[in-house]
Design a protein around this ligand. Structure first.
Ligand code: HEM
Length: 487
């Protein structure tokens, strides 16, 4: 599965980087970010107002320029951060219905995009439910949501200013508002050395698909993917789209709370006694190894498939080496990496070299998702650490892009993370268990103790889904030609 330093592959139809919203392929640069969830209250006015909003949108081309400006700023060792703001927009199926837009080429009646995430959470994702049958979510996400506006930037001041500008365009504080804000969530990259690390402390955002026809730097790692895995209307997109619906992508948003003090307490109370070579570990080493085996990477980002029993921070941050593994030669072993480790569950690499029957062989490249997302909530307080109990909400505003939610996010969550029998190895008595981070159900997994691979260890939920929705992030041409009014 891994290929050493592949050469860039051109897309059969070149990607129009000025037509694709920036977050999809290049990720809006951010220290801080708003997700503004809204309802359309006046359809006609909204479609007119949209014409004034569209010029604010940052395209992929715009993000590439921003990234050059950031590089230049760093090279010149200038003080502070470059002032950068990026705005994107996406709509739910209910939003398109409200706007009177025919979105039939985005998905059939049973498509998760069409049924919406609330229903999908009940039927397929396994989110905990309340007595009334609804998912146990923040109430904002139980109501109809028509769209989301993303604002990213280098400072709170910058994104707040842009938010005012956008509220002005849609007349939010006037009697003639065309949208109503349902809720605005703010995410912030963690401070200091924790920057780039999610709240449990693990470096994130390392492994994303490398896209043919877009990426020019291709480091050793999983095979590159066709552009149509991420951008609609290109090679690899499995659905025929209306013209306005090409150059877009489906945005999956999940509001995920993390119980960090409880997670740390679990690691502390269950240290692994000996590493796979039989070396006796200190309690601290044993706890670190346990965490690394749950994730599949050390906190530094170093993959345990490469360095199973000792962290290697230099490897963790080296893009030429930190994604160059495939669980090769371990098809029936979890000595180096448990089958259910989060990164093995969500990208099983060589584990699926030969897809098991009777599943139709969708190549693993067709299941890759482009992860974005940002942390929210404060750092753990002393009191929380001391009591091992969460008192302040924190977690991940999880976001990912793909051209098929069925083959991407939904499949990863339902058929991999929540499925104790995945990956499907024959000849072993123990099941892999659930993904210890995101698996929904009775969370337990084997393989945590490298010398007792068959031992199954149970654990509480450390990540709690509290909301979300499925959106489609259209192209600039689609927005102008079909969604905004042609006034
Ligand atoms: C709070 C929730 C989550 C946390 C803390 C978390 C944490 C992490 C970490 C630390 C990594 C390793 C860094 C990297 O490879 O980039 C990772 C990778 C990944 N995660 Fe998550 N994750 C979360 C939710 C999810 C969800 C909901 C999904 C999808 C259903 C997901 C899918 C993935 C994928 C596809 C990878 C890359 C695997 C690879 O290519 O090796 N994650 N995650």
């Amino acid at each position: 599965m891994t290929t050493p330093a592949q050469a860039p592959v051109p897309a059969s139809v070149p990607l129009d980087l000025e037509n694709i919203q920036g977050d999809i392929l290049s990720g809006l640069p951010k220290k801080t970010q708003f997700y503004i969830f809204f309802d359309v209250t006046d359809t006609k006015k909204f479609r007119e107002d949209l014409n004034k909003f569209i010029p604010l949108i940052k395209t992929v081309e715009g993000v590439l320029k921003d990234r050059d400006a950031i590089k230049d700023h760093k090279k010149k060792k200038l003080p502070g951060l470059v002032h950068i703001v990026g705005v994107n927009i996406a709509f739910s199926h209910k939003g398109f219905v409200k706007l009177g837009i025919d979105d039939t080429t985005l998905g059939g009646v049973e498509d998760p995009f069409v049924i919406g995430q609330k229903q999908d959470a009940i039927t397929n994702l396994g989110d905990p439910k309340k007595a009334d049958g609804n998912p146990d979510w923040d109430s904002h996400f139980l109501q109809e949501i028509h769209g989301v506006i993303l604002i990213s930037g280098e400072s709170h001041g910058s994104i707040r200013k842009t938010k005012y500008e956008i509220e002005h365009i849609f007349g939010v504080h006037s009697p003639h508002a065309s949208i109503k804000e349902i809720v605005t969530l703010q995410g912030d990259v963690r401070p200091g050395d924790e920057s780039g690390h999610e709240h449990f402390g693990f470096l994130d955002g390392i492994s994303n698909p490398v896209v043919n026809g877009f990426d020019t730097v291709i480091n050793p790692g999983p095979k590159t993917v066709d552009p149509g895995v991420v951008v609609t209307g290109h090679t690899g997109d499995i659905t025929q789209r209306a013209d306005w619906a090409t150059d877009g992508s489906f945005l999956v948003f999940r509001y995920l709370f993390q119980h960090v003090p409880e997670f740390n307490d679990f690691l502390k109370k269950n240290p692994i006694a000996k590493d796979g070579d039989g070396k006796v570990l200190t309690p601290e080493e044993g706890s670190d190894l346990l965490g690394a085996r749950m994730v599949g990477r050390w906190k530094s980002g170093a993959p345990i498939d490469i360095t199973p029993f000792k962290d290697d921070p230099a490897l963790g941050t080296d893009p030429k080496r930190n994604n160059d593994f495939a669980f090769a030669g371990e098809i029936s072993s979890q000595l180096r990496c448990p089958f259910a480790a989060h990164v093995r569950k969500t990208n099983p690499r060589d584990d699926l070299e030969v897809p098991p029957p009777p599943t139709p062989p969708i190549a693993i490249e067709g299941r890759r998702i482009m992860r974005r997302g940002v942390q929210f909530g404060p750092e753990v307080t002393r009191e929380e650490a001391h009591t091992a109990k969460t008192q302040h909400g924190r977690g991940l505003l999880f976001a990912c892009y793909q051209t098929s939610i069925v083959n991407g996010f939904q499949f990863l969550q339902q058929s991999w993370a929540n499925n104790e029998k995945f990956p499907p190895f024959t000849g072993r008595p123990e099941a892999p268990g659930l993904d210890p981070l995101i698996g929904q159900g009775d969370r337990a997994m084997s393989g945590l103790d490298p010398l007792n691979e068959q031992t199954v260890i149970g654990m509480p939920a450390f990540i709690i889904p509290r909301g979300g929705e499925y959106f489609f992030s259209p192209s600039l041409k689609g927005l102008k030609s079909t969604i905004a009014s042609s006034a």
